[in-house]
Write a protein that binds this ligand. Structure first.
Ligand SMILES: C[S@@+](CC[C@H](N)C(=O)[O-])C[C@H]1O[C@@H](n2cnc3c(N)ncnc32)[C@H](O)[C@@H]1O
Length: 271
């Protein structure tokens, strides 16, 4: 059984929730309620500092409203993207990463929140890799995934602003990720949100392993489909995995002391 939450923590959690309320409503995703416990674990930042950053979220409301409008106009009113956009924003504000890497862009909810934070930091670059699929006709059919791109639109189609901090690469991560890893001096935050198979996620983690900086958050969404890829990798590097609430978005901080083996994983078979 989990420990009961002390009253002081409960009120901080409530403040965190309240600070994210307007932005969450504007984006229209009820899952995006801020999870303070997860943010603390992954960022290692003190609660007061986290709450200071969360106070910035009201300023994102116009962007969230426009992303919501674009999703609805694109025929995806219930579009299920990353469930923790505000935690992504907050982590980047708190940790000031130089190089953020994400796999899986689609409409761009995670990308937008990384970029909003990098732009506000005035430092750092988001390197995104996406191999999009395309909706076949003018209306999304029931046998098509909502992550497919609406006709005529590109990866990141719901993002209503431009950022010079975005390095977007279109292609298969089994091809592009090793090249990107070779280019970067270090990776300070990673989000896996593309092909959710154990083999593919293991490939991505092993490819980036030599480049993760000490303390870098390593996050993976939809882990109900990726078997033991995250727990196995985390155990090997000596990290403890933390789950966000009851969902299957998980993360850990890459440890400072770990044996850095060369990437040996082979690209996963595409599916
Ligand atoms: C779940 S969506 C990403 C959602 C996004 N992170 C968000 O918050 O809105 C997954 C994306 O990964 C892409 N994808 C699937 N397999 C891929 C691969 N092997 N390499 C790169 N992208 C891939 C999909 O086409 C899709 O655009």
């Amino acid at each position: 059984m989990s420990e009961p939450t002390p009253p002081a923590d409960r009120s901080a959690a409530q403040r965190a929730h309240d600070l994210g309320l307007k932005a969450r409503k504007a984006l229209g995703d009820p899952r995006a309620s801020v999870n303070l416990r997860w943010l603390r674990t992954i960022s290692g930042a003190p609660v007061e500092r986290i709450l200071e950053v969360l106070a910035e979220l009201d300023g994102l409301v116009p962007v969230e409203q426009e992303m919501r409008r674009r999703h609805v106009a694109g025929g995806r009113p219930g579009y299920a993207s990353i469930c923790a956009p505000f935690e992504l924003y907050t982590m980047v504000r708190l940790l000031q990463p130089k190089h953020v890497v994400e796999t899986g862009v689609s409409s761009g909810v995670s990308s937008a929140h990384f970029l909003l934070a990098l732009d506000r930091n005035r430092s750092g670059v988001l390197h995104s890799i996406d191999l999009p699929t395309h909706q076949r006709g003018p209306i999304l059919r029931s046998d098509e995934s909502p992550v497919a791109l609406p006709p005529g639109l590109a990866s990141g189609w719901s993002i209503p602003f431009r950022s010079s901090r975005w390095d977007l690469r279109i292609g298969d991560s089994t091809v592009l990720l090793p090249a990107l890893a070779a280019e970067l001096p270090a990776i300070d935050l990673f989000l896996h949100d593309d092909l959710h198979t154990p083999e593919h996620l293991t490939f991505e983690l092993e490819t980036l392993r030599p480049k993760f900086s000490p303390g870098a958050p390593v996050l993976a969404d939809n882990t109900k489909w990726t078997g033991d890829a995250v727990p196995r990798f985390a155990a090997e590097v000596g990290a403890r995995v933390s789950r966000r609430g009851t969902g299957d978005l998980v993360g850990f901080r890459f440890p400072a002391k770990v044996r850095r083996k060369s990437p040996t994983a082979r690209p996963a078979a595409s599916s």
